[in-house]
Design a protein around this ligand. Structure first.
Ligand code: AMP
Length: 280
């Protein structure tokens, strides 16, 4: 009997779609139907569970799921940071302490004695306790940013990505409490399994490009000097005398500089291809 590996991913919200895309890019083939709580992949003994992002750290801790994809903020809130296997580079946001624009508060120390509305109670209590600042948390599970206006809190600690929601609600950020992004979590001991490797290979590959070009022999040294981070590009002799094909992996962020420089150095027929998976 094959044992099934289970991975829990958010069923809705902003992490849902990118998580689905990621497990599919890692090779899982499955159909989703709205309302389904789980699905077994057609091509691997892996079951995907669709659950609330906030429940995922506990499901992994309790062994219901072997792996989970959720926000680091929720992992920290569940005190499950030791389960983090991999940063996934999407769902970036910060857990930010903020006050009404008109408030006299300017530093985190000024929070002493305030009522702080948040959906991240444990994280906020830990943060202020470590600094020896006494605050009272007001637990809210949505629309945290309206709490000062309703006078149910003096300040908030809430997730921010662009900052526009805070601005619209007349709030001024005072300090960052946590930098968050989506993470892969797993039970201790499952770290090296094939699913984690497949996911890591997708995350690494997203930041890389495969570059191929034709280069005349006399330009090869110049071209090699332009390809940052490539230890040893592949150089293959072409049928035409004195011409070579150079292949290399280049950071996607560097392409902006590298491409025009390669052209100026004499490279021709330059192709830039995405990489699906990569293990450095
Ligand atoms: P939600 O989509 O509201 O269920 O949020 C789930 C997770 O998405 C949060 O716990 C964060 O990890 C992440 N997230 C990323 N950006 C934001 C943001 N601007 N506001 C709320 N959550 C965010």
């Amino acid at each position: 009997m094959t044992t099934i590996t289970r991975i829990a991913i958010p069923t809705k919200g902003r992490l849902s779609e990118p998580s689905l895309d990621l497990v599919r890019a890692a090779g899982l083939v499955f159909e989703t139907s709205s309302g389904a709580l789980s699905v077994v992949a057609r091509n691997m003994p892996i079951e995907v569970l669709f659950v609330r992002a906030a429940d995922i750290p506990d499901l992994v801790r309790n062994g219901v799921a072997d792996y989970g994809i959720t926000g680091l903020d929720l992992v920290v809130e569940s005190d499950a940071e030791s389960a983090v296997l991999q940063d996934l580079r999407f769902g970036r946001c910060t857990l930010t302490a903020a006050v009404a624009e008109s408030s006299s508060v300017t530093t985190i120390e000024d929070f002493a004695g305030l009522r702080v509305a948040t959906s991240h109670q444990a994280t906020v209590n830990r943060f202020f306790a470590e600094k020896g600042i006494h605050i009272t948390t007001v637990p809210l599970h949505g629309s945290v940013e309206v709490a000062p206006k309703l006078n149910i809190a003096d300040a908030v600690v809430d997730l921010v990505s662009s900052g526009s929601t805070m601005m619209i609600n007349g709030l001024r950020p005072v300090a960052t409490i946590l930098e968050s992004q989506a993470v892969l979590i797993g039970q201790p001991g499952v770290g090296g399994s094939s699913l984690a490797t497949m996911i890591r290979a997708v995350v690494v590959a997203k930041r890389k490009r495969y570059v191929l070009m034709n280069v005349r022999e006399e330009s090869i040294a110049a071209v090699q000097g332009l390809i940052p981070g490539a230890d040893s590009p592949t150089v293959v002799s072409l049928a035409q005398d004195g011409m070579y094909a150079v292949h290399s992996v280049v950071d996607a962020d560097e392409m902006w500089h590298v491409l025009p420089a390669l052209e100026a150095a004499g490279a021709t027929a330059i192709l830039v291809l995405p990489i699906e998976q990569m293990i450095p």
